[in-house]
Ligand binder design. Structure first.
Ligand code: FES
Ligand SMILES: [Fe+2]
Length: 370
């Protein structure tokens, strides 16, 4: 084998990065929630898939979480079948050993003193990993590339005082990430999909005008009095006797946060839609509040709400199989148009190194009936 050919094979062996071949519409180089923290207790390993990258996650005996590509660089068997001792992960096939936090190979049991292979140059893919609000977040840089030296902050749910209740829910949607996200920000489906005695009825539909403003990488529905046809907000006002204000933000790649405040009481929530595969995404919903509202009761209602969205997306996926032409109309679909423009402009700004061109020139009022 020529020197060049040998180098090429060696590099191929060492990279084994499985970088995606086609454009999947994913946004790389962001933090995404991978799993709830509670799934990695002790030495057990958990698996997840983010942006079509299989991951194995765990926690070292010192409590540090890690996320490796769930694929041995030797023959590709998932490393999650291996043995984790609290520090290193040993592959189940030929026993190669990896440092779980750096992905670096530490030992290859089959090597003899005659072998020249540089074990430390072999690495299993790994991704930056941190915990916030009971989730393990993974920074998804394009496989085979290095994450930046300085990573952006991990998203954190806003809380307004030390004593609060908190809960998390999740649900999978059989949709491409873009459909998951525009479903999340869609104001017009409420009276049809979320008809419930506790939320709103179809008859309660009325015209609304909401002000939106640009924020970095996203847009904000400016602080306003929430919809008068929503029971939970009426409840909040009842507790305090004061007005309720709601602020809703959407920020790339996938975060919708909502903060409701009334007097001393507050409710803060975040929904993220995370791409699992190109045909599957997952909503992770986390909420914290200091209202006298038991977690169990909240979970019943939030669960109903999420399942209503999920069922709609399952039905939509049936229709989307046949590749129909779709429409985005004004004003109810304007946030969806902003999302697509933000996404496109972000990719463009990363390509050119120029600042992101925001699709909104300034505050604007949108009107729709819901
Ligand atoms: S496949 Fe993992 S050590 Fe061989
Ligand atoms: Fe919904």
């Amino acid at each position: 084998m020529s020197e060049a050919a040998r180098k090429a094979t060696e590099n191929a062996e060492i990279r084994g990065d499985g970088a995606p071949q086609t454009d999947t519409g994913f946004l790389w180089d962001f933090w995404y929630p991978a799993i709830p923290s509670r799934r990695i207790r002790g030495r057990n390993l958990a698996t997840a898939m983010l942006l079509e990258v299989p991951l194995v996650l765990g926690r070292t005996s010192e409590g540090k979480t890690f996320a490796m590509r769930d694929s041995c660089p030797h023959r590709g068997i998932p490393l999650s079948y291996g043995h984790f001792d609290g520090k290193n992960l040993e592959c189940s096939y030929h026993g190669w050993e990896f440092d779980a936090c750096s992905g670096q190979c530490l030992a290859i049991p089959s090597l003899t003193s005659h072998d020249k292979l540089k074990v430390e140059r072999i690495s299993a893919g790994h991704f930056p990993c941190e915990e916030r609000d009971g989730y393990v977040w993974v920074y998804m840089n394009v496989p085979g590339t290095r994450p930046p030296e300085r990573l952006p902050a991990v998203p954190e749910l806003e809380k307004f005082n030390g004593r609060y209740k908190m809960t998390r829910l999740e649900c999978e949607l059989p949709s491409h990430i873009d459909h998951g996200i525009i479903g999340l920000m869609d104001p017009a489906h409420g009276p049809f999909v979320h008809q419930s005695w506790f939320w709103r009825t179809k008859a309660s539909i009325h015209e609304k005008a909401k002000q939106f403003e640009p924020i970095p990488n996203g847009f904000r529905m400016s602080p306003h009095k929430p919809s008068s046809n929503s029971a939970p907000y009426k409840l909040l006002a009842k507790f305090t006797g004061e007005t309720v204000t709601t602020t809703i933000d959407f920020v790339l790649p996938n975060l919708r946060t909502e903060i409701d405040r009334s007097g001393k009481l507050w409710f803060s929530s975040r929904a993220t839609v995370t791409p699992v595969r190109r045909d599957l995404c997952r909503i992770d919903f986390v909420a914290a509040w200091n209202l006298p509202l038991p977690v169990s009761i909240f979970r019943v209602f939030a669960g109903i709400f999420l399942r209503q969205d999920q069922q709609t997306m399952i039905r939509q996926a049936e229709g989307l199989k046949h590749n129909p032409r779709l429409m985005l109309i004004d004003d109810a679909d304007r946030p969806a148009k902003w999302y697509f423009a933000l996404k496109q402009n972000l990719i463009e700004s990363r390509r050119t190194g120029k600042p992101l061109a925001h699709p909104m020139e300034g505050p604007v009022t949108l009107r729709w009936r819901s």
